[in-house]
Structures are given as C-alpha cells and as structure tokens.
Design a protein around this ligand. Structure first.
Ligand code: DGJ
Length: 301
C-alpha cells in the first residue's frame, strides 16, 4: 500500500476509517474509524465547510493488515441526538472487556462547534458491532476532544487519554474492568503543552506518547513524550519524524499506535480539509531504542 494515499478495501472502494484505530481481536485485525464517505457539508453561503456530516464509525477486518474487508457501520449515525448529522463523532477506539464480554467503543462526541467536548461510549457483543451508544459525558468533568484508548500491558488497566482544558492539557482517565465507567482516577500527563491526536505505546519499561500540535486539519510537527510511569507527568522529548516532510509529520497526523508481534506501528491520517473523504493513510514502523523513539518515512507499507 502506498503511504500517504487513500487506500482501497477488497471491493475496490476507498477505506473510510479516519482518525481511527487498528487493533487485533482473536486472530483478526480490525480497523475502526470515522466514515467520511460524503462530500464536505456546504455553508449557508454555498462555500465548502471543513466538515462532513456524521455518517458513523466504520469497521474493516483483515488477516494481514493489507487486504481490508468492509464490515459496515459499527456505530451508525442517527437522525437526531448525539449522533445526528450536524454533530461530531471523531477518533473512535475499541477495547474488549474480559469482565463483561463486551466490546466497548469510546469516541470524541461533540457539537458541530466543538463546545460539548465529551466522550461517547458504546457497547457491542461482536467486534463488528452493531454498537449501541450508552453514555456521553465529560470524563472526570474534564473536556474530551482528541482522544485515544490505551490498555496497559503491565497492569492490564485501561485508560482514556484525552485533550482537556480547551486542548491545553492531556489527561489520563482510568477505566474500570467494564471499560465503560471511570474509576475517578485522572492524571494530567502532559500539562499545558497544547497537544492533540494522542497515541500511546509501551516498550521495555517506558511509556511513549506521540502527539500533534493543535492546528485543525493542517499538519504540524509531531512531538513525543516519555515516562517510566503511565500515571506520571511525561517528559516532552523531540520530534520523532525522520525523512522528507519531517516538520509536518510527513503531512499527516497520528491516529493510533498498534502492535504486531514485537513491533509497534503508527497509523497516520493525511487530511484533505476541503474533501475529507479523500484523506489518505500511512502505516510506519516505530523504532524504539534506549528510551528514544523514531519514525522514518517509507513510501510503502
Ligand atoms: C484536529 C483533530 O486532531 C481532528 O481529530 C479534528 O478534530 C480536527 N482537528 C478538526 O478541525
């Protein structure tokens, strides 16, 4: 697959899984993301907005991370309510709860003007869905705009990591065993750095947090932070990108980090603000050595 371009599913249709997450359940890979498969909405003056009406969260499955089968909408948009077309449903992430046997989806749920800044939670019996929305709330009374989920391989705990305080601070909110409730533990892991698009991984005693700056759909330099403790303050280190366009995260933005065997991979979105449905993707391996993280551009995945 050619990095930076819009990829096609097995049926030859553009993959609609933006701001997404690739994860494995059982023997299969699943890719969840925003279905933006419609033209950008028009503003009252007829000009093109920078948004697509909510369609829902799509799900794709794969055996090899290269050939993707569309499983349909895992969480479908609705005519009214939180998932109505004029709202925002972004950056969906899915986790499995051993305690309840349910698949749990969290996503950034918002109004069209981004003033609700909440987290939506939906559950399903199967990874493909259908997911049912059960709750929308500001986690631990904090904003939730860009967000991700992280399952700690050390403790087995699960966390929502979210941009709060008008995107000033990244918070870690702990989930309980059901993965649908917060325990109340909430830590400012990256205070006052104005970062978004969080993606987390763990290797050899260190947690790594990959983020972007807050410039809407426009690419900007990535930065990574690291900490030996998940619930401590992360130390901001550097731009991990190497190669052409390293100052703009290869003209992309982090969507998630996933692990295949011993390797971690970064999934990027390459946003096309005026025709968001054509936004492309890249998958790049992370190189982690002696507490340092690096990601080098490659033309192909
Ligand atoms: C940047 C965020 O990372 C995206 O998920 C989206 O919310 C855009 N901003 C909207 O401008």
């Amino acid at each position: 697959m050619k990095n930076g371009t819009c990829w096609l599913d097995e049926a030859g249709r553009p993959i609609q899984a933006h701001g997404g997450m690739i994860t494995r359940f059982g023997k299969k890979w699943y890719w969840y993301g925003e279905d933006k498969g419609a033209p950008n909405a028009l503003l009252p003056d007829g000009s093109v907005s920078r948004r697509v009406d909510v369609i829902g969260v799509s799900c794709y499955s794969s055996d090899d991370l290269h050939s993707w089968r569309r499983e349909g909408l895992a969480l479908a948009g609705q005519q009214a309510g939180y998932l109505a077309p004029e709202n925002v449903c972004e950056r969906p992430k899915v986790i499995y709860s051993v305690a309840t046997g349910k698949y749990v989806m969290w996503f950034h749920c918002d109004r069209g003007d981004y003033t609700l800044a909440s987290a939506g939670c939906a559950v399903a019996d199967r990874p493909e869905g259908p997911f049912t929305l059960i709750r929308v709330l500001p986690p631990n009374r904090r904003d939730c705009r860009d967000m991700t989920l992280f399952e700690d391989p050390v403790s087995g705990g699960a966390y929502l990591i979210h941009s709060g305080d008008w995107n000033k601070t990244l918070y870690l909110s702990e989930l309980d065993a059901s993965r649908t409730e917060f325990t109340g533990k909430c830590v400012a892991i990256l205070p006052e750095q104005e970062r978004e698009a969080p993606a987390m991984c763990y290797q050899d005693g260190m947690y790594y947090l990959f983020t972007s700056g807050c410039t809407g759909w426009a690419p900007n330099p990535a930065l990574y932070a690291a900490s030996p403790r998940l619930d401590g303050v992360f130390r901001l280190i550097d731009n991990p990108c190497q190669g052409p366009r390293f100052r703009t995260t290869f003209d992309g933005q982090s969507a998630c980090i996933f692990r295949d065997g011993e390797r971690h991979y970064l999934l990027l979105d390459h946003w096309q603000p005026t025709h968001l449905r054509d936004s492309g993707y890249s998958i790049l391996p992370l190189e982690i050595q002696n507490g340092a993280l690096q990601v080098t551009w490659r033309d192909e995945f």
